[in-house]
Design a protein around this ligand. Structure first.
Ligand code: ZN
Length: 137
C-alpha cells in the first residue's frame, strides 16, 4: 500500500493534458457531462494523492474545475477523507491527537453548566457606587 500523503503532485505537460482529455472524449469523470470549450477543467487524481493515489496516467482524468473543487473540499470530499485517514493511521500507531480546546458554550462532562448572561444571578450584587454623575454630586 502506498503510504498516505507522501506522493507529490506532478503537473501534466500540455501534450499530456490533451491526450488525457481525448482519452476520456472530454467527458467529466465526476458528473459525466461533456466539458465544453472554454469551461475550466483540471486533470483530477481519481484517487487523491492524500489518500494514497499516484500520479500515473491511470489515476488521472479530466473533470470540471467546479466538480474537482466539490470532490476535494466538499463535506464528504478528499480533504475530509484524508483527515479521517490520518486520524485512523495515528490511532492505529497509538499516537494521540492533540487535545482540542474546549469550544465556547461547551463544558466538560459532569461539570456544572456554564453561567450565562441570560440566567438570573442567584444572589443580587451589592449596589455599585460612583457610576452615575448624580451620585457624585
Ligand atoms: Zn463535471
Amino acid at each position: 500500500m502506498t503510504d498516505v500523503g507522501t506522493t507529490a503532485r506532478k503537473p501534466l505537460t500540455p501534450t499530456q493534458r490533451l491526450k488525457l482529455f481525448e482519452r476520456f472524449s472530454g467527458v467529466c469523470q465526476l458528473c459525466s457531462r461533456k466539458i465544453e470549450a472554454g469551461e475550466p477543467w483540471v486533470d483530477e487524481h481519481l484517487r487523491a494523492l492524500s489518500l494514497g493515489g499516484g500520479n500515473e496516467e491511470a489515476n488521472r482524468a479530466p473533470v470540471h474545475k467546479a466538480c474537482a473543487d466539490a470532490k476535494t473540499y466538499g463535506p464528504e470530499g478528499d480533504l475530509a477523507k484524508a483527515a479521517k485517514a490520518k486520524r485512523q493511521k495515528m490511532a492505529h500507531l497509538g499516537i494521540r491527537s492533540a487535545s482540542k480546546p474546549i469550544q465556547g458554550g461547551q463544558s466538560l462532562p459532569g461539570a456544572n453548566p456554564a453561567r450565562r448572561a441570560t440566567k438570573p444571578l442567584e444572589k443580587a450584587l451589592p449596589p455599585r457606587r460612583g457610576l452615575f454623575r448624580s451620585e457624585n454630586a
